[in-house]
Structure formats: structure tokens, C-alpha cells
Design a binder for this molecule. Structure first.
Ligand SMILES: NC(=O)c1ccc[n+]([C@@H]2O[C@H](COP(=O)([O-])OP(=O)(O)OC[C@H]3O[C@@H](n4cnc5c(N)ncnc54)[C@H](O)[C@@H]3O)[C@@H](O)[C@H]2O)c1
Length: 296
């Protein structure tokens, strides 16, 4: 596989594009939103700069990585020469079904179609394509260039051959692929999201503040990041979608999203990507914080 089409240039799509491009693959990065593509490419360049400043890559590596990425705003244009398609668009069932229907029409039947979905059934996604044995879950973790795990999800019809190819490909990216079966939330989010939801519920019930909850989990449980900050990094809308998929999939109230999470998403507080979630990430707030520090 040489040419990898990535659908969606958001948090995950740009990370996936970065990772493949840095390993010498040609990446066809597709997003319906031109602004997302611009933002995605800026993020990739910034992340490469950070790697240069840490001494892990050179300026020449950065240039080569960026040159390996071509951007498109139409799926049909971007996937023409693809050997593999990885969909990393918004976490919404209908949206993903529409994308896979289109992929099934415009791609060769033998191309592997992977989804980076956090929770939506791979079997359901595969049900709308001509060859469901070629559909698989390739669940990268955020931030993709750094995190080692790729959760590989076998749908009901995914073939052994496709699973092996995707496991092998993940290893060429220096990742550790782990095979799991297709049930709501798979493994990663089935365990992670109830913890994040409980942290939000703890805040909602007034048991403790944002920083206190995160400090307890960071220093008490040796988590590198508190659950509320992690939710901000994942995106609160993504967390809400995953919880809803598990809530509906298992018909179990233990996965019901906390009303505070629902409200925050409706209010557009989506975490890092919108500038505000449980913490404030806006530039103006940063400037305010620096000014306060110097006035002391
Ligand atoms: N955020 C995380 O930490 C995380 C981790 C693992 C997996 N995921 C999964 O990755 C996927 C993407 O999540 P994200 O956080 O990057 O979301 P995001 O909101 O940051 O980005 C989604 C992108 O998809 C684009 N898009 C929407 N419809 C499209 C279409 N029809 N064609 C092309 N592009 C389209 C949007 O314009 C946007 O740029 C979701 O399935 C999510 O569950 C997210």
C-alpha cells in the first residue's frame, strides 16, 4: 500500500495524515470543509515544528512529510488512486453510512475501507458497501503521531486477510495494533467513557471542581492527564456521541451521558477545538493569564 486516502482533516484525520506522510506514504487528505483542511495542515506543520525543536526530526523531514500530503474537498477526487481509505469524519452514524455508500460506488471493490470511528458499529458501516469483508475499524488514539495503540476492530464480515493486512500496516507505522471484536465502544471507549462521564457527573453534583477532580485522578491514579482535560482533548461532542452509541447499543442506563455534558455540547463548548470546554484554551485567556502572572 502506497497511497492512503484519509477522509476528514479534523483532530484525528490530520494526525493520521501526518503519521502516514512521515513514514513516506502518499496521503490524499479529504475534507468537505476547506477551513478544516487549512486548520489540519497548519496543525501538522506545527506538530512537525515541535518534533524539530525536540530533535526527533529535521527540517528536511518536515518538508518531505508536507510534500507527501495532497488535499481534496471531494471524496470522489481524493480516492481515485488510493490503495486504502481511512475514514475519520465526524462521529455520526448517518454521515458515516453516506460516506461508505459513496466509497462503495467510487472505489474498486477490493480496496480496504477502514473507519477510525470511536464507537459506531463496523458491521453496520459495512452493511452499506458492496464488499463488507473489506471493511474494518482502524481506531487510532489522540494524538495520533505520539500514541502507540491502534485498536483494530473486526466487523462481523471482516476477512482474515484484511485484518492481517491492516495489522501489518499498523506495525510499519511503529504502532501496536490490538485486535478486538465489534461491540459498542469496542474496548478502549467502553472502559474510558464511563470514567469520563463519571468525572463530569462528579463535577455536576458539586462534589469537587474541575482542577480538583483532575488532580485526584492525575496524582492519585497516576493518569498522565485528568479525565476532564482528556475529554477536552478528545472533544466533548465526540464523548457525547460515543456515550450515546453505548447507551443505545447496550440499552443500559449506566452509559447515559451526564446532562452537563449534553448542555456543554449544545452551548458549543467542545473543548480544545472550540477554544473552551472544562478549561479555557482561547488566545485571549492565555494573554490574560500571562498578564496576571506578571502583575503579581
Ligand atoms: N477526537 C478523538 O480523540 C478521537 C479519538 C479516536 C477516534 N476518534 C474518531 O475519529 C473521527 C473523527 O473525529 P475528530 O475528533 O477528528 O472530529 P473533528 O470534528 O475534529 O473532525 C471531523 C472532520 O470531518 C469532516 N467531515 C464531516 N463530514 C465529512 C464528509 N462527508 N466528508 C469529508 N469530511 C467530512 C469535518 O469537516 C471535520 O473536519 C470520529 O469518528 C471520532 O469518533 C476521535
Amino acid at each position: 500500500m502506497k497511497n492512503i486516502a484519509v477522509i476528514g482533516a479534523g483532530t484525528m484525520g490530520n494526525g493520521i495524515a501526518h503519521t502516514f506522510a512521515q513514514k513516506g506514504f502518499k496521503v490524499l487528505l479529504i475534507d468537505i470543509n476547506e477551513k478544516s483542511i487549512e486548520r489540519g495542515m497548519t496543525t501538522i506543520a506545527k506538530n512537525l515544528d515541535r518534533m524539530i525543536s525536540k530533535g526527533t526530526i529535521t527540517e528536511a523531514d518536515k518538508k518531505a512529510t508536507l510534500e507527501n500530503i495532497i488535499t481534496y474537498t471531494e471524496i470522489k477526487d481524493g480516492v481515485v488512486n488510493a490503495d486504502l481509505v481511512i475514514e475519520a469524519a465526524t462521529e455520526n452514524v448517518q454521515l458515516k453510512l453516506n460516506i461508505f455508500k459513496e466509497l462503495s460506488e467510487v472505489c474498486d471493490e477490493n480496496i480496504i475501507l477502514a473507519s477510525n470511528t470511536s464507537s459506531i458499529s463496523i458491521t453496520q458501516i459495512a452493511s452499506v458497501v458492496k464488499n463488507p469483508s473489506r471493511v474494518i475499524g482502524m481506531h487510532f488514539m489522540n494524538p495520533v503521531p505520539i500514541m502507540k495503540l491502534v485498536e483494530i476492530i473486526r466487523g462481523y464480515n471482516t476477512s482474515d486477510d484484511v485484518t492481517k493486512q491492516i495489522m501489518d500496516l499498523s506495525k510499519t507505522l511503529d504502532k501496536v495494533p490490538t485486535e478486538v471484536n465489534d461491540y459498542p465502544g469496542f474496548v478502549a471507549n467502553r472502559i474510558l467513557m464511563p470514567m469520563i462521564n463519571e468525572a463530569i457527573e462528579t463535577l455536576y453534583n458539586g462534589v469537587a471542581g474541575v482542577e480538583e477532580i483532575d488532580t485526584v485522578m492525575k496524582l492519585g491514579m497516576a493518569h498522565p492527564m485528568g479525565p476532564l482535560q482528556l475529554a477536552d482533548f478528545i472533544g466533548l461532542d465526540v464523548c457525547l456521541s460515543i456515550l450515546n452509541v453505548m447507551y443505545e447499543g447496550f440499552k443500559n442506563p449506566k452509559y447515559a451521558p451526564c446532562p452537563l455534558l449534553v448542555n456543554m455540547v449544545m452551548a458549543g463548548k467542545l473543548g480544545v477545538k472550540s477554544g473552551e470546554g472544562f478549561y479555557d484554551y482561547t488566545e485571549s485567556k492565555k494573554a490574560e493569564k500571562v498578564a496576571k502572572m506578571f502583575s503579581k
